[in-house]
Write a protein that binds this ligand. Structure first.
Ligand code: SF4
Length: 135
């Protein structure tokens, strides 16, 4: 049993109301139980929502709104779910300010080296985080 970014499973929870449906993830469902989680929704943000990015220790939207608390609340909710089910691995969407494990989008919308808020908290708690790119 693994956690999985809900958007990769086809749930339309992205900031723009779309999904990131991934065929490899859907194929994986035949042999693996994947629990969908969307940290940004779990953190109380609506869908659609304004895109945000990690900026130092904060997460800010394009218009400059500080949404750090929402991102942290969502990450903690995902960690609680992981602990509840004894989960040791998560497959999270690369590039996201929440789910990205190696790359995130910068303020200037460029993909840069970095880690999202949820991926970071999961790793800190001993949960392996991989992206859909590593499947
Ligand atoms: Fe997908 Fe994660 Fe963004 Fe939610 S927060 S839409 S699960 S990448």
């Amino acid at each position: 049993m693994k956690l999985c970014s809900a958007c990769l499973l086809g749930i339309k929870c992205r900031y723009d109301g779309k999904s990131n449906l991934n065929k490899k993830i859907i194929r994986l469902l035949k042999k693996e139980i994947l629990i969908p989680v969307c940290p940004e929704q779990l953190g109380g943000l609506p869908t659609p929502r304004e895109p945000a990015c990690v900026n130092g220790k904060k997460v800010v939207t394009e218009s400059g709104k500080d949404v750090t608390k929402n991102f942290k609340r969502g990450a903690e909710a995902v960690l609680r779910i992981a602990k509840l089910y004894g989960i040791k691995e998560a497959i999270m969407k690369q590039g996201s300010p929440s789910c990205g494990s190696k790359k995130i989008y910068s303020v200037s919308k460029k993909l840069i080296k970095g880690i999202g808020i949820t991926a970071k908290l999961l790793k800190k708690n001993g949960i392996k985080v991989i992206s859909e790119e590593e499947l």
